[in-house]
Design a protein around this ligand. Sequence first.
Ligand code: SAM
Length: 229
Amino acid sequence: MSEDLPTGVQRRTFDGAERLATRGEPVYGEPTDVQQTESAAAHQNSESSEDGEWRAWNPNRSKLGAMLELGMDTGLAGGETVLYLGAASGTTVSHVADFAGPTYAVEFAARPARDLLEAAESRERLFLLLKDARKPETYAHVVESDVDVIVQDVATRGQARVALENRQFLAEDGRLLLAVKARSEDVTREPEAVFEDVRTELEEGYEIVEAERLERYHTDHLGVVARPL
Ligand code: SAM
């Protein structure tokens, strides 16, 4: 089966299993194949070890990784400018910064942001913003307008509203790649009912291209690909 993975993301074998992988410094104890890369580099000068080792991208720890594993139409090609909302300690955004262009990582909690700073040290395209994603005016002067992609995984109440408030940064032909956690909206309601409400609210500013439950990797989460209206 052929699949469209962004440039800079590959399927590679780790411990006998095929996994998605990007190239950069490891961040969360994920398996790497530095030896393979080094021996390849010895034979091919074109593959320099400066780009770092290949590191497995764990879809059980990353909603965007799960969306790619499930073959969702993320539209990612590699090299895009990305605004990432809810970066936490950098598990997913570090993979994104390995294959994307400038990557602005918004996180409002200081503790995970400390680990994120460490992940950013070896990634010159990754910029940390210790900001509240509900207040885009506080980082509007830093983030370039017309970003190609917004990735959002904030796991907080009002997830559709956060996406709508940050839509201003997205290029006309850009994409929103959103992970919605049902329990963050309302633990007492059926996830399907929560997802329906989130979709309806999102449609105030976005056209939903694709929506799929991420169940195989993340309980009660919906992955959404959307375009700005
Ligand atoms: N996306 C991360 C990953 O895959 O590595 C995991 C994100 S975790 C599920 C959700 C994160 O969103 C938490 O670190 C939380 O502090 C952050 N968050 C929640 N509400 C936020 C807000 N309004 N502004 C910025 N960050 C927020």
